[in-house]
Design a protein around this ligand. Structure first.
Ligand SMILES: *Cc1c(COP(=O)(O)O)cnc(C)c1O
Length: 442
């Protein structure tokens, strides 16, 4: 089997995600991958690509990681999947216990109840439905609307699109959607002359306060991507926003949903992004990296108070939501193996040095005349490029030509590597990114 063969058959039979398929007929390369190992993806002709975006932000410890592979092989010999209604199993119990323990940030307050699904968008749907239903069960049915941030992204199913403020994903479906209220983003790039990131955060929080003061009676929840709004172009904000948002949600009896689907699992430097603000959400959504990038798994963690509002003799007061693969044993086992690696390898501490190294190597680009807002949070590095709208695609192609998978969003270039990036790999990424930038700007 050759690249050409796989390519032709894929274009004929596979409808690829987030893609105008016609572009593949012209100039956009479709990359056929036959094998992965560590940071590298290999095609059928032996070409290779360093996966510097963790395969859409999911891969944490490399492709075909021996430890995760071994855990899955072991699990395959025991149990692949079982219905989670009326049944339970060791991997889902262990994973719930361990994730809940990770949400205990020293105050003894933890998110002790885990509800599972498969994709990130499903986790968003679950958090929204749980919040809405909580207020129904609590005698405040008028609290049924949601607030989201400008540029926020929470998935692309119809319910998740309601709280997603990204025109290219949402506008075509606008008539299907019961759109949420959108408040200003604390995106630090919005700083005016003399303003710090914390000033922007306070300004955005003031707008949220004004909104909630006027509308809290009908608001169920605020949903945010803590610290980094991914799809908005790796828009980063000061933790001060989260502290203020938490306080406002408390004052106005509004749930805070932290969508950590992209920013959880160590991506921002701490295991959960919200830790950096010293807050606890009412709902925490995880997916993407949770299974190490192996299998679709998502989970919503919530509080005793939310759980208690559903715990009743009446069936209809329960949360009657399910997906066929809820709590899949293999996916949970991959997640447990992923958590084991975090503990065994002291990953968060070593990522600090990894991120520093990558930042140092990429830093010269900050001074490039076309580069704006060079920024970093943990293991996410990004910069914007002052160029025409075709830049992103040209950069993607030029990076591929240099054995590097980097896929800009609009004119934002970002690096979001697996947590196994060595010094030489970082140098490879930085050199490739710099060369691709020059080539794409020509
Ligand atoms: C990717 C993502 C989602 C959606 O997850 P899917 O698994 O793609 O449905 C939701 N929220 C955020 C912040 C994401 O990055």
């Amino acid at each position: 089997m050759s690249n050409a063969d796989l390519l032709k058959r894929s274009l004929a039979a596979v409808w690829h995600p987030c893609t105008q398929m016609k572009q593949h007929a012209h100039d956009l390369p479709l990359v056929p991958v036959v094998r992965g190992e560590g940071l590298w993806l290999y095609d059928a002709d032996g070409r290779r690509y360093l996966d510097a975006i963790s395969s859409w932000w999911v891969n944490l410890f490399g492709h075909c990681n021996p430890r995760i592979n071994a855990a899955l092989a072991d699990q395959l010999g025991k149990l692949e999947h079982v219905i989670l209604a009326g049944f339970t199993h060791e991997p889902v119990v262990q994973l719930s216990e361990r994730l809940s323990a990770l949400t205990d940030h020293g105050t003894g307050e933890r998110l002790g109840h885990c509800f599972y699904a498969s994709d990130g968008a499903s986790a968003t749907e679950i958090a929204l439905k749980m919040s809405f239903h909580f207020w129904q069960n609590s005698g405040r049915p008028q609290k049924r609307e949601f607030v989201a941030l400008a540029g926020g992204y929470h998935g692309e199913t119809v319910g998740a699109l309601a709280v997603t403020d990204v025109a290219i994903f949402r506008d075509a479906y606008a008539p299907l959607i019961r759109a949420a209220h959108v408040v200003p983003s604390p995106d630090a790039r919005l700083a005016e002359a003399g303003e710090t990131a914390a000033d922007v955060a306070r300004r955005a929080a003031a707008a949220l306060e004004a909104f909630l003061a006027a509308n809290h009676e009908r608001i169920a929840a605020l949903i945010v991507e803590p610290l980094v709004q991914g799809a908005a172009g790796m828009a980063m904000h000061d933790p001060e926003y989260l502290r203020r948002a938490r306080a406002l949600c408390d004052r106005y009896a509004v749930h805070l949903i932290c969508d950590e689907i992209a920013v959880g699992c160590g991506r921002t430097g701490t295991f959960f992004a919200h830790e950096q603000a010293g807050i606890q959400p009412d709902f925490l959504c995880l997916s993407k990296g949770i299974s190490g990038g192996y299998l679709p798994l998502s989970v919503v963690l919530t509080t005793d108070a939310v759980y208690a509002a559903f715990y009743d003799d009446a069936t209809v007061r329960g949360f009657l939501h399910s997906h066929s693969y809820t709590g899949n044993a293999l996916a949970c086992r991959a997640a447990l193996a992923t958590l084991d690696i975090f503990a065994a390898d002291d990953v968060l501490a070593r990522n600090q040095a990894r991120g520093d190294r990558l930042e140092t190597l990429l830093a010269p680009l900050a001074a490039h005349e076309k580069v704006r807002h060079f920024r970093r949070r943990g293991m996410i590095l990004a910069f914007d490029v002052d160029a025409d709208s075709g830049f992103g695609r040209r950069f993607y192609r030029e990076a591929l030509a240099r054995e590097l998978l980097l896929r800009p969003m609009g004119n934002t270039v970002y690096v979001m590597p697996p947590y196994i990036l060595g010094d030489d790999d970082a140098a490879f990424v930085a050199a490739g990114a710099a060369a691709a930038l020059e080539a794409a700007l020509k």
